[in-house]
Design a protein around this ligand. Structure first.
Ligand code: URA
Length: 243
């Protein structure tokens, strides 16, 4: 991997913001290959250098993983000639190379979207056999009942499409939490349509074991923590997990 500035490497590894990392370097708290780093402009190969801050080793990854609280009205795409995309929302500090949304949310859906440049993770997240469940909050135009939950649990079959069993938990008259492990086009809306309900609001709350950070405002983003990355990369998440 090409050499990069140490302040960029450590801020990408979630140690601190760019200016926070500069302060750590100034205080002599950052080592690279056992030597104190003197200036934030110094360059290192992020994958072959060992870094530590206050004696604690730093895990440096070759890919980026960013959680964005996608607002309604924004496209889940990397670029678009006319509309604003999820990548356009990122501050410069998070605009790493080759980011794309791992899985799409409709333009009128809000919530957790993962931006990454790790194609393998994106593939894993979307493949049903990986059992990475995505949790949604859904509001409908009619009252939902236990028989809707049962229909979802059985798997929904429409004329042209089959949807795998999904878990639904009623939240209120016309509100529910739903977990699905597929990512078919307009999937949640089509599943509800199949039981005679129209979705009027949709928000993704969780991907696998990682929840949308409640401290993020709509449109804000942050890097996943190391623990969240490990959670996404290593574990499968089944429907039996507490919804
Ligand atoms: N299902 C939908 O119908 N829309 C989304 O944006 C996500 C899941």
């Amino acid at each position: 991997m090409a050499a990069q500035r140490i302040d960029k490497i450590l801020s990408s590894a979630n140690i601190a913001s760019r200016s926070g990392v500069k302060a750590l370097i100034k205080a002599g708290r950052v080592l690279a290959n056992g030597q104190v780093v003197k200036r934030p402009e110094e360059k290192f190969d992020p994958l072959t250098t060992t870094f530590s801050v206050d004696g604690q080793p730093v895990v440096v990854r070759s890919y980026s993983y960013i959680m964005l609280y996608k607002p309604q009205g924004v496209l889940s795409a990397s670029t678009d000639k006319r509309a604003k995309t999820v990548i356009d929302l990122l501050p410069d500090e998070l605009k790493d190379r080759d980011l794309f949304p791992a899985g799409r949310l409709d333009k009128d859906t809000e919530g957790f979207i993962l931006l990454t440049n790790d194609g393998n993770l994106a593939h894993k997240m979307l493949a049903p056999k990986s059992h990475v469940y995505k949790r949604y909050e859904v509001h409908c135009d009619r009252i939902l009942t236990e028989s809707d939950c049962q229909a979802f649990a059985n798997g929904i079959q429409t004329g042209e499409q089959t949807f795998l069993p999904a878990e639904m938990k009623l939240l209120g008259e016309n509100k529910a939490l739903v977990e699905i492990c597929e990512g078919k086009f307009h999937q949640i809306k089509r599943m509800f349509h199949a039981v005679g309900a129209e979705v009027i609001y949709l928000k993704r709350l969780k991907i696998g074991g990682v929840s949308l950070d409640e401290t993020l405002a709509v449109g804000q983003a942050r890097r996943l923590t190391e623990q969240e990355i490990v959670e996404l990369l290593s574990r499968n998440h089944g429907i039996n997990e507490e919804i």
